[in-house]
Write a protein that binds this ligand. Structure first.
Ligand SMILES: O=C(O)CCC(=O)C(=O)O
Ligand SMILES: [Fe+2]
Length: 434
């Protein structure tokens, strides 16, 4: 089977694969030599996502005192630096996802976190309900199964879009709320003053888990450190100031948010743990899960089963990313927005050429079944735990078109919005805020 790729897709794919396979030397083909439309086998599109090693960026950045690409930089380094940043922003824009390697986020730390969360989710429902905080919109502590409603169940526009997709790329249609538990652990400093107290509440620590705080903070802070580097690289790649995103993330309500799915009870092929949705935050990072099942959709509409290579982290764009690029309609005063459908369409329209929120779902696939079988044989836990962290923009910060995006012809139609207002509306839409 053959597919047609546009010139820009080819150029970008060549850049990524060159970066990936040539260990980040910058030697992709001269665009002028590529024909304007090329026909390639479809495996080309279904190749694994590129892996960006963050350590090179960190090294070059540290050597140049943070003022990278200045005249004093070695030319080769400056080129490599720019290429790395362009690969990050390009992948986020074109696929909504990115694989990174960060030497600070070790497999040992990830395993320690997974081990503890398996022990937690294996506890009784009664125990876990003690940590639920519905009055705080479940933004700290546990969220029981059957509470979170996937966007695709309530958003008519999204449903129409799903129906219009080619059959092989359509997501599984959930029939009700997600049968997954979750734990929300707030990571990083909280703001001294905020209009959004529920979004920035004290963390909840379950009894009988003496290592809880240390384990969660260790893994959570490492994941945030990785997201911050990606956010810097993306900003540079998009032609914005290096700190354009990270300054807005400062004191954000970042949440280490592992999901916990009971594969003994919900382990049959096709069971949907997290129905087709986008994440409402800025950037999401996923460490390892011991059970596969995450599907993502690329910008071209293609569905891809994610295989995160050992030691790598998956980054996905969330909705706030889009706001940062293109802003939105006014919310503070009224109801007019996040009747999600129209909102989604506006963003899609506005960001043609820029980022889209990464759509994804989690379900029991054949590979999940194989992992269940193997876990059974080795008497390992049958709870599927995700190593998910939601990186947020600070609740009291304003989302608006940044830098040159403010000069986009349509920017004036989209006035600034307070992040906390936006988050609360989105939480209401997925049944987490009453
Ligand atoms: O369980 C997972 O692997 C990811 C779940 C997810 O998409 C989410 O928590 O938003
Ligand atoms: Fe998600």
């Amino acid at each position: 089977m053959l597919v047609e790729l546009s010139f820009s897709q080819i150029t970008f794919a060549c850049k990524l694969s060159t970066l990936y396979f040539k260990n980040l030397t910058v030697s992709w083909p001269c665009p002028a030599r590529l024909p304007s439309l090329v026909v390639l086998p479809c495996w080309f599109l279904s190749m694994d996502l590129p892996v960006i090693d963050l350590s090179r960026y960190m090294e070059i950045s540290a050597r140049s005192g943070g003022t990278v690409c200045s005249a004093s930089d070695e030319v080769g380094n400056a080129e490599e630096f720019r290429a790395l940043c362009a690969a990050v922003s390009g992948s986020l824009r074109d696929t909504g996802a990115l694989l990174v390697k960060d030497p600070r986020c070790t497999a040992e730390d990830n395993d320690r976190f997974l081990d503890m969360m398996e022990r937690y989710f294996e506890r009784s429902e009664e125990f876990k309900l003690q940590q639920a905080r519905p009055n705080l919109h479940f933004q700290v502590g546990s969220t029981p199964e059957g509470v979170e409603i996937p966007r695709s169940l309530v958003d008519e526009d999204m449903q129409a879009r799903i129906k219009s997709m080619p059959k092989e790329f359509q997501p599984a249609i959930p029939s009700g709320p997600d049968p997954k538990w979750r734990y929300m652990w707030r990571v990083g400093p909280r703001p001294a003053n905020t209009h959004f107290k529920e979004l920035n509440s004290e963390p909840v620590i379950p009894d009988e888990f003496p290592d809880w705080k240390e384990t969660m903070d260790l893994w959570g802070s490492k994941m945030i450190a990785a997201i911050e580097v990606v956010a810097e690289m993306a900003a540079i790649g998009f032609g914005l100031d290096k700190d354009a995103f990270t300054s807005l993330m400062d004191h954000g309500p970042h949440l280490l948010s592992p999901t916990g799915s009971d594969l003994q009870r919900h382990g049959s092929l096709g069971t949907v743990f997290a129905g087709y949705h986008y994440d409402l935050n800025f950037l999401t990072i996923h460490g390892r899960s011991r059970f596969p099942g995450l599907n993502i959709w690329l910008r071209n509409g293609q569905k891809m089963e994610v295989k995160v290579p050992f030691g790598c982290l998956l980054i996905q764009t969330g909705k706030q990313q889009l706001f940062s690029n293109c802003s939105t309609k006014k919310l503070k005063s009224g109801k007019q927005l996040i009747s999600a459908g129209c909102f989604y369409m506006q963003l899609e329209w506005l960001t043609a050429g820029e980022c889209l929120a990464g759509m994804h779902e989690v379900l029991v696939t054949n590979r999940t079944l194989e992992a269940i079988e193997s876990a059974r044989q080795q008497s390992h836990s049958l709870w599927r735990v995700s190593s998910t962290l939601f990186g947020h923009i600070a609740s009291d910060a304003t989302l608006k078109p940044l830098g040159h995006f403010a000069d986009a012809p349509l920017a004036s139609k989209y006035p600034p919005i307070c992040t906390g207002d936006y988050v609360e509306k989105e939480l209401a839409a997925i049944n987490l805020k009453g």
